[in-house]
Design a protein around this ligand. Sequence first.
Ligand code: GAL
Length: 832
Amino acid sequence: MIRLFILGFMTLCLSALNPAVHAQPDGPASSTALRQTLSLDEGWRFHPGDIPRDSFAGGQGVNLYGPDITYHGAKAGSAWGAAARGYDDKSWKRVDLPHDWVVEQPFDEKALKQQGYRPRGIAWYRRTFKLPASDRGKNIELQFDGVATHCTVYVNGTEVHHNWSGYASFQIDMTPLARYGDDAVNTIAVRVDAEDAEGWWYEGGGIYRHTWLVKRSPVHIATDGVYANPVKGADGRWVIPAEVTLANIGSGTASAAVDVGVFDAAGRRIAGSRSAPVRIVSQGDTVAKVAVPVAAPRLWSVESPNLYTVRTTVLRGDRAVDSVDTSIGFRTIRFDAQKGFLLNDQPLKLQGTSNHQDHAGVGVAVPDSLWDFRLRKLKEMGSNAYRTAHNPPAKELLDAADRLGMLVMDETRHFNASPEYLKQLRWLVRRDRNHPSVILWSLFNEEGLEVNEEGMEIARVMNAVVKQLDTTRPTTGAQNMGQLGADGKANPKNAAHSVDVVGINYQADEYDKIRAAYPDKPIVSTEDTSQVMTRGEYTTDWSKVVASYDDVYPGWATTSTARGAWEAIAKQPSFAGGFSWTGFAYRGEPTPYGWPSASSHFGALDLCGFPTTEFYVRQALWVKDRPVLTLVPHWNWAGQEGQPIKVLAATNTDTVALYLNGKLVEEKKADPFRMVEWQVPWAPGRLEAVGKKDGREVARFAVETTGAPMALRLTPDRNALAGDGRDAVPVTVEAIDAQGRPVPTANLAVALDVSGPGANIGVGNGDPNNHAPEKGDKVTIYNGLAQVILQSRRGGAGSLVLRATAAGLKPSETMIGVRAVPALPSVPVVAQ
Ligand code: GAL
C-alpha cells in the first residue's frame, strides 16, 4: 500500500513538477496511465476443508460436453467441483486478502509442535470478476505474492498453475482464458494445501500476501523485468546498466525500445537514456539494454536511505505503451576477507537479526505497515541488518528496508538445484535485485548435504544461477557444520567452497579455525545466539517460562547468550558481523519446551514487538552514538522483602552506580560485553542506576515498585491511518497504577470495543503459553503488556476509537484519525 501510495505521489510530483516530462513526445505523464495494476485482495469466498473434484457437486458447474460424456474435468475449461465456473459459493465466508486461516484455529496439543500447535489442512478460495470488452487485446496477468503452502489455481475452469512454495510469488498470463463483456464472469479458484509444510516454524495457511490483476499492452515489460541496479565504475562514476525484459503476446514480431529515466525524490528527471529498438517474437521475450550515467547521486546508507525512482517506458516508435516505476538506491557494497563488510567503502559490522514472518494477531497475513513497525523496532535496538529466515520475504518488507535503511540477507527456501527450485531462485533474484537494502543472497540454511560433495555441487549450481542474474551481490549459505575437516583444516568437499561468503551458524568455538581455514574468503555469522527468555519473567519455571537474564541457551548454541554471541563476533575483526536468532519471537519451535508453549522463547522482541531483556542487551552492545542504560528486572517483588534479586544493567557506559531508595548499593565497572550484575536484597521503592563515561554521568535509569493497577492505558504506535482498508497500527494496552506508572506484573483480562472507520484485526500479548484466540474483542495483559492491531476501513475517514475496559479498573480510550485517501485501484467484486 505504502509503495503504491509513494508511486502515486511520485506520479503526481512528476506531472506537477516536471514539465520536461510532458514536453517529451515519447514520455508519459504518468506511468500508471499505461498499465493498470489492480488489487485483487477484496471480496474472495473462502471454504475451509477440501471439496471433492470428482463430481459437479450437486449439478453445479459448467458442463461443456453434455451429461453422458465421462471426461469432465479432463479438458480445458471443464474443471469439476469448486474449481468449476458457476460453482455455487454463495454460502462461503467472504474474506479480504491477505488471509491466514490457520491463525484463526484453536490451539491443539495434537497439531504439529513446530507449526505452533495449530491445525492446518486444505481450503478453497474463489473470486469472480468481469473484464470490459475494451480489455480485449491487452495482456491480462494474475499475480499471487504468496500462498501458504502449496496450491493449484484454476481460471475459468482450467487448471493453470501449481505452486510448490509457500514463499515464492507466481504469475499467470490469463489472456487466452479471459472472458470479456458484461455478460461474462471470470472465475479464479484456488485450492490451498496447507497440510503440506516446508519449514519447522509456523507458516500459516491461505492466500496470505497480496494478489493483483495487471492489464497491460501486448508488448510490455515482463513482471520483475526491470533490472536497474546502479554500479560505481573504477573511475568513480555511477551508471545504471539497465536491462529490461520485454514480452510480446501479440500475434506478430514487434519492435520496441525503452526509455529509462531517473528521478530524484523531488520528482526531477536527473538522468535518462533510450535503448536501441529490439525485436520480440510473438509469445517471446527479449532483453533491451541501455546504460544510464548518473552524476553525483546522493548515496543510500543505513542512516540516510536516499532513494530514487527509475521510470522505464516501452516505446513503439514514438508511442509509449507501457511503463514501470522502480525504486533504487546508489550504494556500494563489498565483503572483504580482512575488513568484513563495507558499505560505501566504509567498514560496517552487520548487527543483524534473523526473523520469520509472523506477528501477533495476524499470523503471516501481515499488513504492509507492520513491516515498517517491525523494522523500526529493530533499528531502535541498534540493528542494521535483517535475515529473511528461511525464505523469500514479502516484497513490502524489502520496500520498508529500502526506505528505513536496513540491510537484508535475502534467503531462498530450498537448497535444490532441480529445474523447479532453480526457477524459484531465479524469481527471487529477479524480484529483489533492485533493492539497495539487499546485500547478500543466502542459498541454504543448515542442510545435511552441506558437508559433502553433493552440497558443494548444489551450491555451485545455485551460485551460478544467481550470478547469471546479479553479479553485484555475493552469495552465502547458513552452514552449521562441515566447513572444517577432521584435521581442523578446510573440508575439501563442502558447500562453503561454492559460495562467496562463508556463512557460519553457531560454532563460535570454531571461529578461529574456520577463519584460518578460509583465509581468502569473507566470513559472516549467518546465525548465532538462540538464547531463550520469556518477556517479563524473572524466575524460571522449567515447565514453561525462562527467566529473562540472558543466561539460558540450548546446547547447539555453544557460547550463545546474546552477550556471549556478540562478544565472539566482535572479537573477529574480519567477520562481516552476525545475524542473531531471533529479532522477533515467532510461533512454533517453542524451545526449550513443548506444549503448553506454542511459540518461541527466542526473540529480542516478543510476538507483538514488545522488548525482552535481549532487546536492551543488544541496544547496549550495538548503539554507539549515545549512552544506553536499562535495568532489569522490574521492582515489584512484594513478599520477597530482604531476598536477593538479581539485577542486570544493560549498558554501554563505563561504570554503573546502583542506588536503592537513594542509598548506594554498589558502583561497578561495566564490561563492554558482559555488562554488569548485582544481587540486591529487595525492599520496595526506587532502584536507580547512574551510568558514567570517563567519570562523568551520562545516563540514569530507574525502576520503581508500583501500586496496584487502577486504570488501563492505550498507546497507539501512530495516531493517524490512511483510510485505504490496508493501513494498520498496533496499539499497546497497559495497566497503570494511581500515579500513572505501568504495572509490569499486571496480568488481567481486557475487553475491547472499536467504533468508527476501521476494525480490530487481531490481538496478542507475547506470552508463548497463551492459548486464547487471536481474533476477537478480548485480550489478556501479560506481564504488563498486550497489543491490539487496528486497521482502517476501505474508503474510511473520521475517528477510529478503541475503548478498553477491565473489571475494577478505569477504562481507557484512544482515537486514531483516519484520513480519506484515493481508493487503491482494484478489481470490482461481482457475483457470478
Ligand atoms: C537453528 C535453525 C533455526 C532455528 C534455530 C533454533 O539451527 O537454523 O531455524 O531452528 O536453530 O535455535
